[in-house]
Design a protein. Sequence first.
Length: 383
Amino acid sequence: MDDTTLLMIPGPTTVPKRVLDAMSQPIVNHRGAEYGEILGETTAMMSDVFQTDNPSYLLTGSGTSAMEAAIANIVEKGDKVINVVGGKFGQRLQQLTEVYGGESIEITVPWGHAVDPAEVKRVVEENDDAKALTLVHNESSTAVVNPIKEVGEIMKDYDTLFVVDTVSSLAGDNVKVQDYGLDICLTGSQKCIAAPPGMAAITVNDDAWNVIEKTNSPRYYLDLLKMKKSGEKQPAQTPYTPNVSMTYAMKEALTMVLEEGLDARIKRHHVGAEATRAAAQALGLELFANEGDYSNTLTAIKMPEGVTDDQLRGTMRNKYNIELAGGQDHLKGNVFRIGHMGLTGLFELSATFTCLEMTLKEFGFEFETGAGVAALEEVYLKN
């Protein structure tokens, strides 16, 4: 892969030059006033994007580090945790629950479908002593979006904490942490925010802090109480050495998000998602996710009969320099995924579907030439 490769995967996304340039600034003392000011400005913008008045914290680590922090700080051995599992990342939160000694109460959701809020209500009522409910907002392994607003309304009636992973949705779909009643919300740098991979963020409300303060669990690097104490210092700090250059990147990337406007950015992602689905269907391709549960930041497409994953994605990569994502777990070889997050728009999608058409024709598929791009155009013209 070279620097001309077009990344059309669900993260990491193409990083804007402004953000890359920001990373080249000189390293400063991570305990000094200058870094403290940068950190404070960045976490304040992070809270703006989370849409909460609660403080946010940066973690030097991928989104999984924030997933682990969320679980490690609230789960003691024997605690019940309700895990919604409908894909690879819901499964990861369940595995983390078990690593920290929690008793997982699984809500099993077929891959490709969103969880039914009524089922959540039923299970929470049956397990009202559960410490937390975990839910992945945008399950990128299946290209499904889960109804966090509706589930949040249900959870307001229970003491069970609502923990939500928005790694592949924040800044690309509607995530209103405070309005939706999310007690702990986490995200990553490399998807809709369009910064390089390697930094995560988490925000915690008062109900969650009350639980964290009473939880005696093994944690050190990911101790949220330490993050809170350091973050309240003047100047703000992190408990351990942060990635200074990545903080610069996050600051610039979040500045770009807010310059565009959160509502405008979310609408742009929604339009890109609608256009991608329309273009795929215009080529006779079948979407993997259940209708009505479609993600707004990526699309999973069933691998058409008569072509293998290596042939389709290999040709796109090796011949056209466009990188698509494959399926995960039992979906490997059965689906391919197109990311339309971050700065991705009509230009990138047009190139992708032009080359996808040529790839499919190369393997004997028949359809009207230009049908995919024409479908893209129609969606963008009406929006």
